[in-house]
Design a protein around this ligand. Structure first.
Ligand code: NAP
Length: 294
């Protein structure tokens, strides 16, 4: 981010509602500043209706933006506002990154998948022959299931409060990765039974999020084992009840801040065609969430 915004400053932003508490402007602007890029990332609150979204997306072009991130509640509807869409965004059914192309058309991508997977790759996780249990079937779970399917997970079990949504998720993703075995779990006893055979468990529900921090998507009796992977997409708090239970039994834990960081870094790369300094972005996240940096 430049010291002064001029007519030459490249603009990106975050479309969502509400976005008052979003950390993305802080994270991206710190990275732009650090890289010496004359770019700025602006909060763009857009009301929760399809008409406002369409006007905002068209406005990006009119106002000379390079692109934008899209967050709740617009990720799904953004899919119909773009001229071209990546395979990832199509499979997930949601767009979180818009780019204004040289011919002024809009392209849509989804960096939640890369963001989710990048945090696993960074820890040397190996998908081969792996079996995963995914808790949730909302937008984030769709990115998780698609990412793991692409990575080569052998089998996935999905458990969601609303089982019909889990079935729909499996049906939507399976054409993109037909060799994978998808199982929809109907109750917690099946979840416990699956626990004995999986090596990665992902919480893609909002359970455990502030202020209900004592809630876990899994019961106390879940058969965590040393060396299993526990990945929570929730990042407020960082150490959720889910992760604390897994850690106490020797699981390798990944918190939601890593995905937040890495999906943002991927959007930055798409827009600027350069790699951001992850340490700078991470430091801003830690400062924002008042986390002690070790
Ligand atoms: P979403 O589309 O609204 O989905 C919410 C999910 O949580 C659904 O599966 C829902 O089940 C489940 N759920 C909500 N309340 C529940 C309850 N009381 N009991 C059982 N299940 C419940 O939201 P999302 O976008 O997928 O986000 C899910 C979580 O991931 C949020 O905490 C979000 O902050 C986090 N997230 C993190 C990142 C990151 O970068 N770290 C990125 C995206 C999302 P039903 O289908 O039955 O309603």
């Amino acid at each position: 981010m430049a010291d002064f915004i001029t007519s030459g400053t490249r603009k990106v932003g975050l479309i969502g509602w509400p976005i008052d508490h979003s950390v993305s402007p802080r994270m991206h602007n710190a990275a732009f500043r650090h890289a010496g890029l004359d770019w700025v990332y602006l909060p763009l609150p857009v009301r929760d209706d399809a008409c406002s979204l369409r006007e905002a997306v068209d406005g990006l072009r009119a106002l000379g933006f390079a692109g934008a991130n899209v967050t709740i509640p617009h990720k799904q509807n953004a899919l119909s506002c773009v001229a071209s869409v990546s395979d990832t965004a199509r499979a997930v059914g949601a767009v979180n990154t818009l780019s204004v192309m040289p011919d002024d058309s809009l392209a849509g991508d989804n960096t939640d998948v890369d963001g989710f997977m990048a945090a696993l790759w960074a820890r040397d996780w190996s998908p081969y022959g792996g079996q995963a249990l995914i808790l949730g079937a909302g937008g984030a779970a769709r990115a998780v299931v698609f990412g793991l399917a692409q990575a080569g997970c052998r089998a996935m079990a999905i458990y969601n409060r609303t089982a019909a949504k889990a079935r729909q998720l499996a049906a939507d993703i399976s054409p993109f990765a037909p060799d994978i075995e998808y199982t929809v779990l109907e109750d917690l006893s099946q979840v416990l039974a699956w626990g004995a055979q999986v090596n990665l468990v992902v919480n893609a529900t909002s359970l455990g999020m502030h202020p209900a921090v004592q809630v876990s998507p899994l019961p106390e009796g879940f058969p965590w084992r040393a060396g299993m992977w526990a990945y929570d997409l929730v990042y407020n708090p960082l150490e959720t009840r889910f992760l604390a239970m897994a850690r106490a039994r020797g699981a390798i834990c990944i918190d939601g801040l890593e995905m937040l960081l890495r999906q943002g870094a991927k959007s930055y790369e798409i827009w600027t065609r350069s790699t951001p300094d992850l340490a700078v972005m991470r430091r801003e996240l830690y400062l924002h969430f008042n986390i002690q940096h070790s």
